[in-house]
Design a protein around this ligand. Structure first.
Ligand SMILES: *Cc1c(COP(=O)(O)O)cnc(C)c1O
Length: 347
């Protein structure tokens, strides 16, 4: 890449192996179900998460929207965390486009909704009430610094869902980061959910695309929803080819991103003027803050880092930052980052 870019793992460029696979991809019309590369990717993806079928979609946002609307319809309720990605960063589309009513619960420090609370609010059938249809969960949890939530929580979610006849959808945009961080296979997490969406275009480095996976019947329905949203793509095998490389070659190496995030976090904890909670750095995202006595604003810090060292960094809240590691961030980049930041704060 032409810069050191910590703003997100979405900024990662496709790898040379991906560009080669894209150039050589066999294609067909995917709306007719005739793109062999898309079909191969969907099958591969479903296998990785232990589901019967997969659907290639344009983005994680589309994966969640299609995924939710294939479970729930207008006036149905979805139980969801207050700071989940779908509630905060997806334009409210489940409500504005889908008419699904979010039942928002406050999550704990790791991104979990209280199970007892879910059980206590599930509605009985009544002509006055919206129907509870769905529980929405997320892993790793973006707004908790990419925290990988262990599987016992999802087992408990599945339990309360089955007792109350609810479906469970997982926003697994960084599912494979969660799995690698927990030292388990992705399928051990997704065994507890009916549907899951994950991104190819974040840590897995593909240029475009996400997958939605679930049962055959569910994906059949989801395919219609995707079409209705304008997400039926034609010779999408060009894009899916990169996705196949992403799933084959880029999953296990996420451990390197996690090591670099850890190195970054530990380095930050040794810089005067920086506050960080090392216990929350478990995958590829690092949240940290300026101490109260630092006079620079986060915006001034990011601007100077960009101008002086071509290091790009995102701010978060009034005093904070978010740094994300990915394939194009090497260990040396982490060390340069730490040196430049320390120097800047010492001036
Ligand atoms: C990035 C992200 C999404 C959405 O993915 P896009 O491809 O950017 O639309 C959804 N959920 C989580 C948790 C994410 O981090």
């Amino acid at each position: 890449m032409d810069r050191i870019d910590f703003r997100s793992d979405t900024v990662s460029w496709p790898t040379p192996a991906m560009r080669e696979a894209m150039a050589l991809a066999k294609v067909g019309d995917d709306v007719y179900g005739e793109d062999p590369t898309v079909n191969a990717l969907e099958e591969l993806a479903a296998g990785r998460v232990g589901k019967e079928a997969g659907l290639f979609v344009a983005s994680g946002t589309m994966g969640n929207l299609v995924g939710i609307l294939a479970h729930a319809t207008r006036g149905d309720e979805m139980i969801v965390g207050h700071d989940s990605h779908v509630m905060m960063w997806e334009t409210g589309s489940v409500a504005s486009l889908g008419g699904v009513v979010p039942k928002v619960l406050v999550t704990d420090e790791f991104g979990r909704m209280p199970i007892e609370l879910i059980q206590s609010i599930v509605r009985m059938e009544d002509v006055h009430l919206p129907c509870h249809r769905l529980i929405h969960v997320e892993n790793s949890y973006g707004n908790k610094g990419g925290y990988p939530i262990p599987t016992d929580y999802f087992a408990a979610i599945k339990d309360v869902a089955s007792k109350n006849n609810l479906a469970v959808h997982m926003d697994g945009a960084r599912l494979f980061n969660a799995a690698v961080a927990l030292g388990i296979e992705a399928g051990q997490i997704t065994q507890y959910v009916d549907s899951v969406t994950f991104c190819l275009s974040k840590g897995l480095s593909a240029p475009v695309g996400s997958l939605l996976c679930g049962s055959k019947d569910y994906i059949h329905k989801a395919r219609r929803v995707r079409k209705s949203l304008g997400g039926g793509m034609r010779q999408a095998g060009i894009l899916a080819a990169a996705g196949v490389v992403a799933l084959d070659k880029m999953v296990d190496r996420l451990a390197e991103d996690h090591e670099r995030a850890r190195r970054l976090a530990v380095g930050l904890s040794n810089i005067a003027g920086i506050q960080i909670n090392l216990d929350m750095v478990k995958s590829n995202i690092v949240f940290f803050k300026l101490a109260d006595d630092v006079t620079l604003s986060p915006q001034e810090v990011t601007r100077q880092m960009r101008e002086e060292a071509n290091i790009w960094l995102g701010t978060r809240g009034s005093r904070g930052f978010r740094a994300v590691t990915h394939y194009w961030i090497k260990t040396a980049d982490v060390d340069v980052f730490l040196d430049v930041l320390e120097d800047l704060l010492q001036r």
